[in-house]
Every structure is written in structure tokens, then in C-alpha cells.
Design a protein around this ligand. Structure first.
Ligand code: GRG
Length: 292
């Protein structure tokens, strides 16, 4: 069972931080761009990546202002990836988080810039403190989001669309496209909290295993979930011949893999952190059972 109140409190801290930053610190960004960035950044969502970062920090010590900046930066990078993924040149989606996608409202050019802007701003946000862990944590996030991480995953996804899925390829795409951006907050939170190597390795393993389970669950929801609950169009993967886990292994096996990977993820975290891992394990369990 997830501790809903604790998740809610962290989510609220992130939400308030993002609201404050957009209101007080975004002066000087030209208007249509600022509106497009704020439209997508403040359009809801679970705020999972920033919550993971703060919760990872709490495994070792209470989080501070520098960690909150990093948490906001993770959400900016996630939002940029969604804006660009929804563009006609990529997944061509018109609905996200229950609202029209950024390019539908602001045009394609402005949506490209809003994504670029959020990515750059995330770098500024991460590098704006003199916390001793700043460089290592920022390097972990930039690497995970970059050309050997999430962007590589998106590249493989685009390049192999419509092809016969191979297990190795689907696994690589899922790990890179999704798991990297769920591993990064674990690593950044732990680095900022001063974790030692063993703790960091356990946090990374949790992120990688949970991230893969999360994407397999997303594949399953695309087949069986409702558009109203998910706030996005469903059934697209099958219609477009996307490389997915259930397409490769069938829905039953995919469900079993989600459960197994989540168990493994939690096991790795518990080995290093004992009962303190309960909250993050609860989040993982809740996410892979989600209908939204
Ligand atoms: C454009 C470089 C580039 C990458 C895009 C994130 C991504 C890669 C594509 C989006 C589509 C997709 C299936 C992503 C996998 C990760 C995922 C399920 C994202 C949705 O994350 P949630 O469920 O969304 O945390 P909310 O709305 O709650 O933030």
C-alpha cells in the first residue's frame, strides 16, 4: 500500500515550487514561448519523477532547496519529452493529460521551442546551486536524458517503427526511453543526500527495474486502458505496429513480468535501506497497478 498522504505532500511541494518558479522567475521569456512552456508544465500529471527524487533523498536525509530545484528540473525534462513526443513528426498526438497537446494550442514551431526551452531551463535550474553534489547529480540527469539515454531510446523507437520486434530491441528501447528518466531522479536524489556507492547502486537498480515495469504497464494500458482515465489516446501502439512488450510476449506474460520486475526493484532497495524503502516500494507497486 502506498502512503498516499506522504506522496500528496511531496507532490504539493513540487507543484508549489513549479508554480512559484513560473510566476516569479520566468520574466524575460518572450510571451508566446512562456505561455506554451507553462501550459504543458502546469497541466497536471503525477509528478512521479520529482517525487522519486525527493523520496530518494529522504532515504538518507531530509531534502532541501537544492533538491527541490533538481526535482523541478526533472519535471521540466519529462514535460519537454512529452511535448516533443506528441509532435506530428513523432507520435502525432493531440491529447495529453486530458488536454490538447502543446502544438495543437501553440503551433508546431512554438511547441518545439517550448520543449527546447524547458530542457535548457532544467540545466540552469540544476546548476544554480553551490551544493557539493550539484555537478555529479546534474551529470547523472543530463546523461540519462541524453543521446545515450532517453533520446537514444526515442531514436531506436522511431528508426524501427513497423518492424518485427526482437526481444533485445524492445528491451533496449524501454530501458532507454523510459527507465533512464526514472533512474535519474533516484541517482540525483541519493547523490545530493551524500549516498555512498552501495546505496547509489541500489537506488539505480530500483530505478532501472521499476522503469522497465512502468513501461510494460504503459504498453498494457495502451491496449486495455480507457482514454478518459489516461487523458491520452489509446490503442495507437497496436494500430501503428509499435514495438511493445505484450506484442512480443502476450498480455499474460507481460503482466507477470511487471510483477516480477517490481518485486526485484523493491528487493534491491530493501537490501540497502531496510524499512525506509517502504515508501518508494509502495509508489512502485501503485504505479504498476495504475489505470491512469
Ligand atoms: C522526445 C527525446 C524525446 C523523448 C520522448 C517520454 C518519451 C520519450 C515519450 C513519451 C511517450 C512514452 C510512452 C513515454 C514513456 C514514459 C511514459 C509512460 C511517460 C508518461 O509518464 P507519466 O505516466 O505521465 O509519469 P504524467 O502525465 O503522469 O507525468
Amino acid at each position: 500500500m502506498m502512503d498516499e498522504a506522504r506522496y500528496g505532500a511531496l507532490r504539493e511541494a513540487v507543484e508549489n515550487h513549479l508554480l512559484r518558479v513560473t510566476r516569479e522567475e520566468w520574466g524575460g521569456i518572450p510571451h508566446p514561448l512562456r505561455d506554451a512552456m507553462a501550459y504543458s508544465l502546469l497541466s497536471g500529471g503525477k509528478r512521479l519523477r520529482p517525487v522519486l527524487l525527493l523520496a530518494a533523498h529522504e532515504l538518507i536525509a531530509p531534502w532541501d532547496g537544492a533538491a527541490l530545484r533538481f526535482a523541478g528540473a526533472l519535471e521540466m525534462i519529462h514535460t519537454y519529452s512529452l511535448i516533443h513526443d506528441d509532435l506530428p513528426a513523432m507520435d502525432n498526438d493531440t491529447l495529453r493529460r486530458g488536454k490538447p497537446t502543446c502544438h495543437v494550442v501553440y503551433g508546431e514551431g512554438m511547441a518545439v521551442l517550448a520543449g527546447d526551452g524547458l530542457l535548457n531551463l532544467a540545466m540552469e535550474e540544476m546548476l544554480s546551486s553551490d551544493h557539493p553534489g550539484t555537478l555529479a547529480a546534474a551529470r547523472a540527469v543530463a546523461g540519462a536524458a541524453g543521446v545515450r539515454g532517453m533520446i537514444a531510446g526515442q531514436c531506436l523507437d522511431l528508426a524501427h517503427e513497423g518492424q518485427e520486434p526482437s526481444p533485445e530491441l524492445v528491451s533496449s528501447i524501454h530501458r532507454l526511453k523510459t527507465a533512464c528518466l526514472l533512474t535519474a531522479p533516484m541517482e540525483a536524489g541519493l547523490i545530493l543526500a551524500g549516498a555512498h556507492e552501495g546505496q547509489l547502486a541500489a537506488g539505480s537498480a530500483f530505478g532501472r527495474l521499476f522503469g522497465l515495469a512502468f513501461q510494460i504497464r504503459d504498453d498494457l494500458l495502451d491496449r486495455t486502458g480507457s482514454e478518459a482515465a489516461l487523458g491520452k489516446h489509446t490503442g495507437k501502439d497496436t494500430a501503428e505496429g509499435k514495438l511493445t512488450w505484450p506484442a512480443l510476449y502476450g498480455e499474460e506474460q507481460a503482466r507477470a513480468d511487471v510483477a516480477r520486475l517490481t518485486e526485484e526493484a523493491c528487493g534491491r532497495l530493501r537490501e540497502a535501506f531496510g524499512d525506509k524503502a517502504d515508501f518508494l516500494c509502495g509508489i512502485a507497486q501503485e504505479c504498476v497497478q495504475r489505470n491512469h
